[in-house]
Ligand binder design. Structure first.
Ligand SMILES: *[C@@H]1O[C@H](CO)[C@@H](O)[C@H](O)[C@H]1NC(C)=O
Ligand SMILES: *[C@@H]1O[C@H](CO)[C@@H](O)[C@H](O)[C@H]1NC(C)=O
Ligand SMILES: *[C@@H]1O[C@H](CO)[C@@H](O)[C@H](O)[C@H]1NC(C)=O
Ligand SMILES: *[C@@H]1O[C@H](CO)[C@@H](O)[C@H](O)[C@H]1NC(C)=O
Length: 754
């Protein structure tokens, strides 16, 4: 045992020596492998371009390391999309004229044209929010064989709807049953429970009629005071049979500071089909008129039979109902006619209105409608069709007080059918189908939205503030505000640099004095306040009809808020709008795939930053047009360059452009520049992250190219790819790599003039 130890020693020493030798070899091998690996990596990066000096941004002269990659869930998704699209930097420079591949070919002619109307309060209050459904459906039919690029706004809108759906369907937020948030969820889930709604059939509506004192078509009716019934419909059911009421600014609204809000009284949304010849408010060709009336009558008969009204009673009442409807409709007129004949914004006090249209108890109706706010006789209201209102008053007198008509209770039937129209979305699907079939024969194809989307929108009507609060929690507010402010300040300096026609352009003043805000405001409300606000709202499990009635009351209360707030923000809005001296950016804009708090800023600036700048330019466009020649010059230059690069002036002339396209060209070109400049400025303050190995300007360009391929960005179709604008910008700035500038193609004089 002892002998072994000396032997053992050298052995182990030998062993360890060997190990050292091995180690040395290993070290050499290892380090050369590492060196090789590093070399390979470098080569890889160089070939993929990540080490291009220009990619690092103009502010640093020497290359530095790539910023850390963004690995958030949202970024991983974005990286996937980015790598799935064609690499814009893989090809020679003329690639920038055709970057999206075959999609471009398909989309020509199939591109959506879109100009969203401002989501005005009056429209919102009158339930016009879905009025463009018909148009969309028509377009979809026209182009269904094409893979149409969706408009960026429709993508944003879908993103908001999806997010609200997620919020409403998630179960991981146990809160008190009585919290506003739980009420919103309960409302949504009863809306989704179609089985129960179908099972209930017309029953909930029949009960409601009974509660309101019956209906002559069923043979029993407690003839109640006309004014009382009308007030009740306005107060509790947000139903306006004979005239519309909403809240809005006065006619001299010139967007400066706080505006006073007034009650507005308008003609109603008449259900009987009326079509106007351009000037006179009379129905169109007799044949079509007769046909339309027949369909209208048929649809009312179908509705009554669903309600179980005996057919003898139906025929007795429907003739009179149609007569009353057409008498009322005769005095309605289209907006354009009323504008030309100065029928809009007729100013009266409530007392004066009472004298002009005595059949309605105006003070009583307005007080009911704006309860608990007070309305006085001396309050000013604005009328938008006084001739209609005075005739309506005469018609009501005639139908209520003269013997010949009054026995038929047609005015009451008219009110009940208006109420039915209001609550149809809460009844079983047959009711809705009758309405839809009727719209379809009049030529308004309504798009069938999925049930969840319908329910999200219904929930939003009553619970908009609750949902806005929940959305706010999920949007990176700090990042959104940074983006908003830095884009706006870059826009200000871009506009300040434009040559203006006169020394002191008023639009510049306006731009400088506007303050951008996320809407709704941060300080809008707290959870506790919301719970309190909704404390009287009873949302019942499994009873959608009664919940729907609750949401009608909420809708009315919402309208009253217009008096005290500058505006009610629409949760589903996705474009900025001007209010007083603020410019509001709705939260719904700040959602993936266009924005995420964790995205590298290069992506957020290139995509949403550019879109924001473009939207602002569009808002200001009329003023800019009036005060500067610059947009005209710039877009002419861009178009000339396009012609030159794509085969001479012939090519440019082949596609004559409209003034709208010229302005769109300038807006897009400038927006891109503004966003790029804003990004450069933000880079000087704070390092960015990377995505898919791309970062800084290069990621900015890649993200812009991707969004321009994925979505239709323009209000007016432009024949060139957006990448062309990028090439134009590169031509005159040092933000881009040499390879993108294509100097051999570009005549020198363009570099000066654009
Ligand atoms: C616009 O606002 C200014 C200042 O508030 C006011 O003096 C002017 O009368 C307004 N213009 C119109 C047309 O109402
Ligand atoms: C409604 O009330 C007004 C004002 O009190 C009254 O003049 C009018 O006759 C009433 N209308 C009907 C149809 O009863
Ligand atoms: C509506 O129209 C469709 C197709 O024309 C028809 O199948 C359906 O029965 C109609 N529904 C009602 C309730 O009339
Ligand atoms: C582009 O412009 C240059 C300089 O004006 C001109 O020489 C060239 O022929 C033009 N190219 C085409 C294709 O029009």
């Amino acid at each position: 045992m002892i002998d072994e130890s000396p032997l053992a020693m050298p052995q182990s020493v030998q062993k360890s020596r060997l190990t050292t030798k091995q180690l040395q070899i290993l070290l050499v091998l290892g380090s050369s492998i590492i060196v090789l690996l590093l070399l390979g990596l470098c080569l890889h990066f160089i070939s993929s371009g990540a080490f291009d000096p220009w990619a690092v941004g103009i502010n640093t002269a020497s290359p530095r390391q790539a910023p850390p990659p963004c690995l958030s869930q949202a970024c991983l998704k974005a990286a996937e999309r980015l790598s799935a699209s064609a690499d814009p930097f893989a090809q020679p420079c003329d690639h920038f004229l055709f970057n999206c591949g075959p999609k471009e070919v398909l989309s020509s002619g199939g591109r959506e044209k879109r100009r969203g109307e401002a989501e005005g309060q009056s429209g919102r209050m009158q339930g016009e929010r879905w009025s463009n459904r018909g148009r969309n459906a028509g377009r979809a039919r026209e182009t269904e064989t094409f893979a149409v690029t969706p408009s960026v706004q429709s993508a944003q809108r879908t993103a908001v709807l999806q997010l609200i759906r997620e919020i409403l369907e998630s179960t991981d937020r146990p809160g008190s049953e009585d919290s506003a948030e739980q009420k919103a969820r309960r409302f949504y889930s009863t809306c989704m429970d179609t089985e129960r709604i179908e099972k209930a059939g017309p029953e909930p509506f029949l009960k409601l009629i009974e509660k309101l004192g019956g209906w002559a078509v069923f043979g029993k009716w407690n003839r109640r005071d006309f004014n009382a019934t009308l007030s009740l419909l306005m107060k509790d059911y947000f139903t306006f049979p004979f005239f519309n009421i909403y809240v809005g600014s006065g006619p001299s609204d010139n967007n400066t500071g706080h505006q006073q809000k007034y009650i507005q009284i308008d003609q109603p949304d008449i259900q009987i089909p009326v079509e106007w010849i351009s000037k006179k408010p009379i129905p169109i060709s007799r044949k079509k008129k007769v046909q339309d009336l027949r369909h209208f009558l048929l649809s009312r008969v179908q509705l009554l039979s669903l309600l179980g009204v005996p057919s003898s009673s139906t025929s007795q009442h429907m003739g009179m109902f149609i007569q009353l409807s057409s008498e009322l409709a005769q005095f309605t007129s289209p907006l354009l006619y009323r504008l030309q004949h100065q029928l809009l914004y007729h100013r009266l006090t409530v007392g004066e209105l009472q004298a002009q249209a005595p059949a309605i108890d105006w003070l009583g109706c307005l007080q009911a409608s704006f309860h608990p706010l007070t309305v006085r006789e001396s309050d000013v209201v604005y009328l938008h069709n006084l001739p209609y209102i005075t005739h309506m008053s005469k018609i009501i007198r005639k139908w209520w007080f003269t013997k010949k008509f009054s026995h038929s209770d047609t005015l009451h039937t008219f009110m009940i059918l208006s109420l039915l129209n209001t609550v149809i979305p809460a009844l079983d699907s047959r009711f809705f189908e009758i309405q839809r079939n009727f719209s379809a024969v009049l030529g308004n194809m309504e798009e069938v939205v999925p049930r969840w989307s319908h329910c999200v929108q219904q929930t939003e009507i009553g619970f908009n503030t609750v949902l806005q609060n929940l959305i706010r929690e999920r949007v990176g507010v700090a990042e959104a505000e940074d983006l908003m402010h830095s884009v706006y300040s870059s826009l200000k300096s871009e506009l300040a640099d434009l040559p203006w026609r006169n020394q002191n352009p008023s639009i510049l003043h306006k731009v400088m004095s506007l303050s951008p805000r996320l809407s709704p405001y941060t300080e809008f409300t707290t959870k506790e306040k919301l719970d309190e606000q909704y404390s009287n709202v009873v949302i019942i499990e499994g009873d959608y009809f009664s919940n729907y009635l609750q949401s009608l009351i909420l809708q009315r209360k919402n309208r009253n808020k217009v008096f005290s707030h500058m505006s009610i923000s629409n949760t589903l809005a996705v474009t900025p709008h001007l209010t007083g001296n603020e410019i509001h950016f709705p939260l719904g804009m700040f959602l993936p795939p266009l924005f995420h708090a964790s995205f590298p800023r290069a992506v957020n600036y290139a995509v949403l930053g550019m879109l924001m700048a473009k939207d602002i330019l569009h808002l200001l466009m009329p003023h800019i047009q009036a005060q500067s020649q610059a947009p005209e010059t710039v877009s002419q230059c861009v178009w000339a360059l396009y012609g030159n690069l794509t085969g001479g002036p012939d090519r440019a002339q082949q596609a004559p452009i409209t003034p709208a396209q010229r302005w769109e060209t300038w807006a897009q070109y400038s927006a891109l520049q503004i966003a790029l400049q804003a990004y450069q400025d933000s880079l000087t303050q704070l390092e960015d992250t990377s995505l898919s190995g791309l970062y800084h300007n290069r990621l900015f360009f890649a993200a812009f190219l991707q969004v321009s391929c994925d979505f239709e960005l323009h209000y007016d179709h432009l024949p060139f790819a957006d990448s062309f604008l990028l090439a134009t910008i590169c031509m005159k700035s040092d933000f881009c790599p040499q390879s993108m500038i294509c100097s051999h193609n570009i005549p020198e004089h363009f570099k000066q003039s654009c």
